[in-house]
Ligand binder design. Structure first.
Ligand code: ATP
Ligand code: MG
Length: 445
């Protein structure tokens, strides 16, 4: 036997029945997005590396150490598997002049790639849901985006999720705060770890974001950006807070919530839980009014968030009810290959009117080396015993078995047998007009 191949470390297969939970989540997302008038955008998974260097930021963890970058073998282009999708969305918006006739509300769902140490809630390929609103400057869209995330969690039956926010003001205000931070950390240089010493030069704001327990006291006492905000920035933040209050969403200000890059402004926020261990951030976002210009577009205000769906689903598993994958309405038991043409035709007709049916298929080995029978390549006796087919029907979760046997076929009929409520009850139905009796098979009927 050839050597077995396995998936890349940190990249997961999503298999049935677990994949049904993903589809359930995706359905909830689509319904919710439609109700907020957000429309779907799909951009490529591979982009020019420079998009992320400029759009995510040279001094971020993502660009410094987490990107899957490679050279196109044919033309030498520097390419990267997207580690996040905001830069891709903004690139597409600029390239297609998406905001020419006004603002746009967009969302996406898909895989992102980061070379991190795999652990619970942290993978190298993971799925993000993102929402981005382009072309609107006001605090009402910041609030709308936060309400959207909040509502999704509610729709998924989740609770105990904290909403934290902060304001980064505008660049001039941040410059003043930055100077104060550099002076403060400079005066306490002895207490800085290596990472922080490096960031003191490149991106001092991000020292506030440190996870090093030894630096927590230092960081808590650092100058707070809020004290450097002007009237406009303060009003922006207060309006977001007031709108959340009006909608009954509780929030707290977290001074340490920062983004170190100049194209961010005003609102930043996170949704976190204490129930997922160290990987408790479910959703993070903020306003990035300067990003369009950084990527060569016209000045365009914008705000958005990204949400890690593995973490969301893990919380659903922990807090919500466990959802069993839905079974099919019916399982088709096919006595012999002679019955296949009539059976398949009937199943097609049933599915066309909304009945879900699983067709019995010959098990591995049954057809090997056998020819003959009504359907070329399939032996008359190759479908498996009736007993084994009934077992499969039971295991499928179907409520009914449709039996395509000899007697039935001779009469142009099929036997419909109940496998659940009133198990055993059965009746013959005509093959001529399946739509006439299909309704009886549906779970909702
Ligand atoms: P963290 O602090 O957990 O590394 P981050 O700041 O890098 O998060 P963002 O870039 O804001 O995360 O991405 C948005 C969301 O995507 C996160 O809040 C998280 O839910 C999810 N996420 C980020 N990285 C991963 C990963 N490697 N595996 C799974 N989910 C992730
Ligand atoms: Mg990260």
């Amino acid at each position: 036997m050839a050597e077995k191949l396995i998936a890349v470390k940190g990249m997961n297969d999503i298999l049935p029945p677990d994949s049904a939970r993903w589809e359930w989540l995706e359905d909830k997302v689509r319904t919710l997005m439609a109700s907020y008038a957000y429309r779907n955008i799909r951009t490529p998974i591979v982009e020019q590396t420079s998009l992320f260097v400029r759009g995510t930021g040279e001094t971020t963890d993502i660009v410094e150490k987490e990107m899957y970058s490679f050279e196109d073998k044919l033309n030498g282009e520097a390419l990267t598997l997207r580690p996040e999708n905001t830069p891709g969305v903004v690139r597409a918006a600029i390239e297609h002049n998406l905001t020419y006739d006004g603002g746009k509300r967009l969302y996406y769902m898909g895989p992102m790639f980061r070379h991190e140490r795999p652990q619970r809630g942290r993978y190298r390929q993971f799925y993000q849901l993102g929402a981005e609103v382009l072309g609107f400057p006001g605090p009402e869209v910041d609030a709308e985006l936060m309400l959207l995330a909040h509502q999704l969690f509610a729709d998924l039956g989740l609770h105990n999720i904290r909403v934290e926010l902060n304001s980064l003001g505008i660049p001039a205000e941040r410059q003043a705060h930055r100077a104060a931070l550099v002076a403060y950390f400079g005066a306490n240089a002895g207490l800085l770890d290596q990472d922080a010493q490096r960031r003191l030069q490149t991106n001092p704001l991000r020292i506030l974001d440190t996870k090093n327990p030894a630096m927590q006291d230092l960081v808590l006492a650092a100058p707070q950006l809020l004290h450097y905000l002007g009237d406009g920035s303060r009003r922006h933040l207060e309006t977001v807070q007031r709108l959340l209050d009006a909608c009954g969403v509780a929030w707290t200000v977290n001074h340490r919530l920062v983004r170190g890059l100049d194209y961010y402004s005003h609102t930043v926020f996170e949704f976190t839980t204490s129930e997922l261990g160290a990987q408790g951030t479910l959703c993070g976002g903020g306003r990035y009014d300067g990003l369009f210009e950084v990527l060569g577009g016209r000045p365009t205000p914008a705000v958005g968030w990204g949400m890690g769906l593995e973490r969301v689903l893990e919380l659903v598993a922990q807090q919500g009810e466990i959802r069993a994958a839905p079974g099919v309405d019916a399982y088709a038991i096919i006595h012999s290959a002679d019955a296949l043409p009539a059976a398949l035709k009937t199943l097609q007709a049933l599915r066309a009117v909304g009945v879900s049916v699983q067709m019995h298929a010959a098990p591995a080995g049954a057809t090997a080396g056998v020819t003959g029978g009504a359907t070329p390549g399939v032996a008359a006796d190759s479908m498996g015993s009736m007993k084994s087919q009934f077992k499969k029907a039971d295991a499928s979760g179907a409520r009914f078995a449709l039996i395509f046997g000899h007697d039935e076929l001779a009469a142009d009929e099929v036997t419909v047998k109940s496998l659940r409520d009133g198990a055993g009850a059965q009746e013959r139905q005509p093959l001529a007009d399946p739509a006439a009796w299909a309704r009886k098979l549906q779970s909702s009927a």
